[in-house]
Design a protein around this ligand. Structure first.
Ligand SMILES: Nc1ncnc2c1ncn2[C@@H]1O[C@H](COP(=O)(O)OP(=O)(O)OP(=O)(O)O)[C@@H](O)[C@H]1O
Ligand SMILES: [Mg+2]
Length: 342
């Protein structure tokens, strides 16, 4: 059977990550990886170009993602209906749930699960509605096309996280908390994404705008260091660990508190308990984050590296690059995992 290649392209606020996944008869292999930093000298479109020039991707087809305040995600209950009926009904439902005109957005809907029937009531199903401002998607697609790429799916960061979890479950069922509710948490540079899942079903997502750069900023301000120096110190505190931890404590608490609020909200709203958290994203490496989160949410928190379950066919240098940046690559993997779904 012919191999299919796709590139999962995660355009973060600080780093571009790209994973090429090759699928042959249900077998998945990571066949290329690259990461490129966005800086004042290198805009996001430039960083995409730089990455494409430096690495050897076999395909121009990419799955990418958007996030932020122009993206609306809603989980609602609707009467049980077919996918076709849902497609028609979703547009009208959406109008009730988003703060902009339905005509201004591109939208999609997906049946998640049928709910246990309540006596005397019509059977219901849980539905995911997603919408993003058309102009926002157009700009995103224009960047990809200007780089010579062929955008095939535009996803949402939190869902990509869920797709990476789903792929892990498919490749290695023991590696996920089967049948349990877990919270996947990606702590990036400017934001944190949460997706509460059980197996392949997403129950709730949330995004808030705090991340690793706020931690660097705190070190920079408190110790009067340039951001670059503060970043280096944050990653390798060496003998200054105590001083660095003092600088980080307040922001770490804020991030942990916001994660906890989302989990609390979900648990109260749906009367279900999240059993475990899996953290990823560049800032999940921050010294003390895992412990601080465990203290705040009072649940086990594990570092999560979905890449370790996928076979790799990479040059030794790229393999090392991937290993060094594994925490930053989960979303790109989740995006690429849609190789079979388009
Ligand atoms: N070893 C490390 N220790 C602490 N922080 C780290 C480490 N490595 C990376 N980071 C932080 O991770 C962040 C970058 O992670 P990532 O690539 O996941 O973000 P991004 O996708 O660009 O951002 P966002 O998702 O918020 O748009 C930066 O803030 C960086 O300082
Ligand atoms: Mg990110």
């Amino acid at each position: 059977m012919a191999a299919r290649n796709i590139v999962g392209l995660d355009i973060g606020s600080k780093f571009i990550k790209a994973i090429q996944l090759t699928e042959t008869s249900g077998q998945y292999k990571i066949t290329e990886f690259g990461i490129s930093e966005i800086s004042p000298q290198m805009s996001a479109p430039d960083a995409v170009m730089e990455l494409l020039a430096r690495k050897k991707f076999k395909t121009k087809r990419v799955v990418s993602a958007v996030s932020g305040r122009f993206v609306f995600v809603r989980y609602i209950n609707m009467p049980v209906m077919t996918d076709e009926e849902l497609g028609n009904a979703a547009k009208y439902e959406l109008g009730k749930y988003i703060p902009v005109e339905v005509d201004e957005v591109l939208h999609d809907s997906q049946k998640l699960e049928e709910l246990a029937a309540q006596e005397g009531q019509e059977p219901e199903m849980r539905v995911l509605l997603v919408a993003a401002k058309r102009t926002f998607i157009d700009e995103h697609v224009a960047v990809l096309e200007a780089a010579g790429l062929l955008p095939s799916i535009v996803d949402v960061d939190s869902f990509a996280l869920g797709n990476a979890y789903e792929l892990t479950g498919k490749l290695n069922p023991q590696a996920i908390a089967q049948g349990k509710l877990v919270a996947l948490v990606d702590v990036g540079a400017s934001k944190t994404n949460i997706n509460i899942m059980s197996d392949a079903i997403s129950h709730f997502t949330r995004e808030f705008y705090k991340g690793g750069d706020d931690l660097t900023d705190s070190i920079s301000k408190r110790l009067s260091l340039e951001m670059r120096e503060a970043e280096m110190l944050k990653r390798n505190p060496g003998g200054e660990l105590e001083k660095v931890q003092e600088c980080l404590a307040g922001v770490l608490d804020d991030i942990c508190h916001d994660i906890n609020i989302s989990i609390d909200y979900f648990e109260n709203q749906y009367d279900r308990k999240v059993e475990e958290l899996f953290i990823t994203g560049g800032a999940s490496n921050t010294v003390g984050l895992q412990e601080a989160l465990e203290r705040t949410v009072q649940k086990p928190v594990g570092k999560w590296n979905p890449l370790q379950h996928v076979e790799q066919a990479l040059t030794p240098e790229t393999q090392q690059e991937l290993q060094d940046n594994a925490a930053q690559a989960a979303i790109a993997l989740g995006l690429a995992s849609r190789v079979r779904k388009d």
